[in-house]
Design a binder for this molecule. Structure first.
Ligand code: PLP
Length: 390
């Protein structure tokens, strides 16, 4: 094998996703793009707000725009802008030295996991979960352990309490959630905070909470509680990939609660892990987002699609709760084998992802980060697929 033994499995898993992507391209060539209904990717199609373009134009024309290296944790004025925004929103007393600008939420996760965990330590995360976590854990040389959620995809606190062991170093949560769209309530999160504190005391070592929040702003009328209220030993990380539709620009940040145990050490360690991997977050887009704190895409577009898609799929017979956030649906597969059902959908030119890929077998994931007409055009085909197995 020309590649490292430990990479073989990871490459196989990645090529499964690539094969799906390639199947989509082949289908579009064969049937024409309007006859393929691709719900497989969480790649925002809503254009970034005009403010992004305006900020870019202004920066390009400005003589003071910087394209050089900066402190590896990011431009001080951008980190200050992020801290000011979070303090205004959540009143948490953040200082700019507790913010690290990163290459998206993925960069922030990689930085934080590498900074916090020793090889062999465990991350605990509720299933279903975002597939990228497998890769980030692999790269950090640590174990990703999962714990089942309730059938409505909310946190099963008793199960979490039982699943924490002496090896658990990090609890990783993601709300609004990919793939389920669930948004955890303040009550369940406060319960989680208590469990983490008690477990830290029991095992005599600090368990940190990492809150992965790239969908925080994509939410439909429910509260997304501030995670810093839940547990002081929390690192919040996020990106502008979804809320500003800038996924390809690779820009995000991590923020450490000022009262987290060893907050200053973690801040400098995450700055160093950032440096080890990609030196710093992209310079131009740091300067763009520094000006755009609190700006988002039009969330109403996603809400309209969610409502239309849910109504259509419920009408066709699919079972699921209407999710409160993100841009995913996670319906029950009408047959137990979700991989097989996704194949049946593909015979209708519909591309979806089996729930098994997210640790949620018996379901499938649909991303509605697609034009309205893709949703409208697919509904009859979803019904045919459903009826064919009933
Ligand atoms: N976390 C979750 C839950 C995601 O869904 C994604 C991307 O889809 C990421 C992290 C990575 O986001 P980014 O593109 O900002 O690195």
């Amino acid at each position: 094998m020309p590649i490292a033994d430990k990479m073989v499995k990871m490459v196989e898993a990645a090529s499964m996703i690539r094969r799906m992507f390639e199947e989509g391209i082949k289908m579009r060539e064969k049937y024409g793009p309007d006859n393929v209904f691709d719900f497989s990717l969480g790649n925002p199609d809503v254009p970034p707000p005009a403010a992004v373009k305006n900020a870019l134009i202004e920066l390009i024309n400005s003589k003071t725009t910087s394209h050089g290296y900066m402190p590896n944790s990011g431009y001080p004025h951008v980190r200050q802008a992020v801290a000011d925004y979070l303090n205004k929103e959540y009143n948490v007393g953040l200082t700019s030295d507790l913010i690290v600008m990163t290459a998206g939420a993925a960069g922030a996760l990689n930085d934080t996991l590498r900074a916090l965990l020793n090889p062999g330590d465990d991350i605990l995360t509720p299933a279903p979960y975002f597939v990228g976590y497998n890769q980030y854990a692999f790269v950090a040389g640590v174990n990703l352990k999962t714990v089942e959620s309730f059938p409505d995809f909310h946190l099963d606190l008793d199960a979490i309490e039982k699943a924490i062991t002496k090896n658990t170093r990090v609890m990783l949560i993601n709300s609004p959630n990919n793939p389920t769209g669930a948004v955890y309530t303040r009550e369940e999160l406060m319960g989680l905070g208590k469990i983490l504190e008690a477990a830290s005391q029991k095992f005599g070592k600090r368990i940190y909470l990492i809150s992965d929040e790239p969908y925080r702003k994509i939410v439909y009328g429910v509260e997304v509680p501030c995670m810093f209220d839940v547990y002081p030993h929390t690192i919040v990380l996020t990106s502008y990939s979804k809320e500003l539709s800038l996924a390809g620009e690779r820009i995000g940040y991590l923020a450490i609660h000022p009262k987290a145990e060893d907050a200053a050490i973690i801040a400098s360690a995450t700055g160093v892990t950032n440096t080890m991997m990609y030196v710093n977050a992209p310079a131009l887009f740091q300067q763009v987002v520094g000006q755009l704190q609190g700006v988002t895409v039009d969330i109403g577009i996603y809400k309209k699609r969610r409502d239309m898609f849910c109504k259509g799929l419920h009408g066709a017979g699919y079972e699921f709760d209407v999710p409160d956030g993100a841009f995913y649906l996670f319906p029950k597969s009408p047959i137990a084998n979700d991989v097989k059902f996704v194949k049946i959908l593909s015979e209708q030119n519909i591309l979806a992802v089996p729930g098994t890929a997210f640790g949620g077998p018996g379901h499938f994931r649909l991303s509605y980060a697609v034009p309205d007409k893709t949703i409208q055009g697919s509904l009859e085909r979803f019904k045919k697929a459903f009826d064919s197995v009933k």
